[in-house]
Structures are given as C-alpha cells and as structure tokens.
Design a protein around this ligand. Sequence first.
Ligand code: ADQ
Length: 489
Amino acid sequence: CERQDGRPFRQRLLVVANRLPVSAVRRGEDSWSLEISAGGLVSALLGVKEFEARWIGWAGVNVPDEIGQKALTKALAEKRCIPVFLDEEIVHQYYNGYCNNILWPLFHYLGLPQEDRLATTRSFQSQFAAYKKANQMFADVVNMHYEEGDVVWCHDYHLMYLPECLKKHNTNMKVGWFLHTPFPSSEIHRTLPSRSELLRSVLAADLVGFHTYDYARHFVSACTRILGFEGTPEGVEDQGRLTRVAAFPIGIDSDRFIRALELPQVREHIKDLKERFSGRKVMLGVDRLDMIKGIPQKILAFEKFLEENPYWRDKVVLLQIAVPTRTDVPEYQKLTSQVHEIVGRINGRFGSLTAVPIHHLDRSLDFQALCALYAVTDVALVTSLRDGMNLVSYEFVACQDAKKGVLILSEFAGAAQSLGAGAILVNPWNITEVAASISQALNMSAEEREKRHQHNFHHVTSHTAQEWAETFVSELNDTVVEAKLRTSK
Ligand code: ADQ
C-alpha cells in the first residue's frame, strides 16, 4: 500500500487501554522518568510490523498541575504514548470502584465482597456515572488524536463504554473491543444494574473479541436475552446491523522466552537453582496475588498431597511467587494474610530445621529470573478459580523444551481450551482432586510427559501474541464500518 508521495503507508493503530505500558515517576516539577513495562500486549503489538501503534491510557499517577501534565505528555510522546489524566476522585470511583470492585469479581463469578455488599449496591449509581465519565475522557483523547484511516482497538472491562462514546462522535471510526477477562454466563451479567447500557455500548464497536468461544457465546446470549437482539454465527444482529463477535485466543512471544534460556546469566541462574533444590522435585506457582488465582486453594491441595504421601515430604518443594496487586484494598490485604497463615502452618507442620516444603515470595521476579525458574520446574500449578486465558501456563510451556515438565491447569482458565490436551486439567475448588493430580504429575512416565509437552509446545509456539494481534486487527480492518448505535428498546 503506498501514499500519493510514493512512501509506504503504515496504518496507524490507536491502542486504548486503562493503563499505558509505562511506569512514570516524577523527578521534578517538569521532569519525569519513564520505564516501559514489557507486558504481553506490548510485545504482541511490537511484533505487528504493518501497523504503527500509538498507546492511549492512564499513566497510573495523579498529575493535578498543568506543568506536570505538559512535561509528562512530552516525555510519553517519545514512547508513542498519549496520556489520559484522571483525578483521584474519578480513579477512586471508576477504577477502584466500578472496575475492580464490581466488574472484576462479577466477570470471574466471585460476586461482590461479602462485608460491603450493601454499601457497594448503594454506591453503584455514582460509580457507574464515574465509569461513564472516565470512558468519555478516554474518548476525548482518542478523538483529539484520531486521523482518518486509523483503527482504534479498545481493551478490557475498564472501557466497555468507550465504543459508544467513540461512535457517537464519529460513526466512520473503525473500532474494535477486546475483553481480557472471561465474559460470564448471561445469568450473571443479568444481575448488573447497568447490564443493557454496557452491552449496547460494546455492540457499537465493529468487532468484539474474546479469548474463547464460550465467552463469545455468553456475550451473544446476554445480547439476545437482555436486549432482545438476534444471535447469528457471525455475531449479534439488530435491525439488519451486524456486530461481528468472535474468539481471538491470545498467545505469548514464545521466541523471547526460548531465546532467554540461552543467555549466560539465565544459564547461570538455572545452574544455581538446580544446585539449591538438588534431590527435590520443584513445583511452581506464579500469580498476581488476586482472589481469582486460587492461591489458598492451591496451597491447601499441596498440604493434602503431603499429608497423603509421606514418601514425597522431603523430596518436593513448592515455590509460590505472588506479585502483590491492589494492596490498598482490604479484601486483598486479607487474602495476603490468609496465604501467609496457611504457608506458615504447613511449613511448621512438614518442615525441618534445614528445609521447608513451601517457599512463598510476595514479589515480582525479573524476566530472566522468571525464565530460569520456569526452566527448572518439574510441575507447574495454575489453579485459577477463573481466568480469561492465563499466560503463565504458556510461559512455563515455552521454557520447558529441555525438561518436559507437567502442567496442572484449572479447567476454569481460558488456557484449558488450548492446552487441555497436554495438561492435567483440574477443578481448583476440589483440593482432593488437585492433590491427586500432583501425585499423578510427579509419577508420570517420561514418554507421557514428552507427548503432553509436545502438544502444548507446538500450540504455544504457533499461536503467538503477534499472530493474535495481527488476526484481530486484520479482521477489524475487514469489517464494514456502519453506524451501530443502538437505541433503547
Ligand atoms: P493477568 O490476570 O495478569 O492478565 P496472566 O495472563 O497470567 O494474568 O498474566 C500475568 C503476567 O504477569 C505474566 O506475563 C506473568 O509472567 C507475569 N507475572 C505474574 N506473576 C509474576 C511474578 N511474581 N513475577 C513476575 N512476573 C509475574 C489478564 C487476565 C488473564 C489474561 C491476560 C492477557 O486476567 O486471564 O491471560 O490478561 O489477556
């Protein structure tokens, strides 16, 4: 594709997500230091060569003054990032409130936190108003930077109201929306007071994507049951207007992990870990410390395994690496102390003066340390109670071509649909079943491990993050843009 002046034309992709892929730290009145966080989405989009990506999102800091805002905008521009400035009150109501206290637990089938259920119900309207206001602020920034021919890709549950805001301003804008969490059964979505407004807004997009067919199907049935629209194999139709709905399972940049294993520092790290845990099988959990990840259930299952298998007590170690998130939320603080308490009890019960069965770290690991850990692991335990996809399971598989370890995977993670044939699938709520699967994994023959690993490795290396992004954006480009704003029935 060429422009009139003969230069190659690269279509601009405006990626809109709640958080920009950078951490910003203020160094002075008008100076900022920025660090790019290399998450899955960043590497996925860096790999897509035919588009020129620009990021639009919140930088995660409150910048009340104009000098600070100008300086940050300028610094971010060098990283192709455009900030949306949200004040503290909006962040409290929109992000902590509506997104994290209402949508996040609901979409993961966890319900509202028990102790403040009524309070949440009372503050619902004001939080939803803040959610809409915040989404409009994102839309204003997109509109300011949009040029004809750009494609706009909105991400996640934080921005469900964005497609409608964008299309109201410009019906010709090409808009896609992708959800990184599960979309729950329509019976769950029905309980949300703002259920119809959110569905209608998402349907204003030209393409709506989910990790799995199940989530897409749940979304389509929510639209048919709640809005009375028609579900078709292509998506959702209303008065002749179709919104395409489909599954686009995300992947990882598998080469980045495979290449890292060849680095001298990583090899050194692997050697140290092997010496440190020599004579013991290594089991690994890597999660954000979130209710959805099922960390207490996983540790209880490990306890049951030790209880029932005395032979293994001094021959196995569980390394649980949990990055703290949302540390200011009481529910998450409670989860942290609960996990610490269970780990302490189990180590007291089964540990000795020289060794403990569980090493629990409340922190993030850098990329190289993470790769080394994945590589020395015999059994990975991914026991999310619900998870949109779960990339940790993919990363583990990518680093296991030498060892061919076993993946124990929750049937409630989206990844179960792609890695199910190679993993041992479990119901994470059933600790007896998870304990039995640990035993199965540790006793598995080398041939069976090889067979299961090959299946998963092939999937992880052939369904990459780059392919995911390319497929979504090219399908978005192929949709017919039309006015899809739905009026209330
Ligand atoms: P998350 O809930 O964050 O993502 P996940 O997909 O597992 O879950 O990705 C977590 C990422 O953080 C991985 O790349 C992992 O390496 C990293 N990470 C986790 N713990 C770490 C630790 N202790 N140290 C260092 N790194 C750590 C959301 C959805 C998922 C969906 C993704 C992508 O909840 O279901 O798979 O988005 O769509």
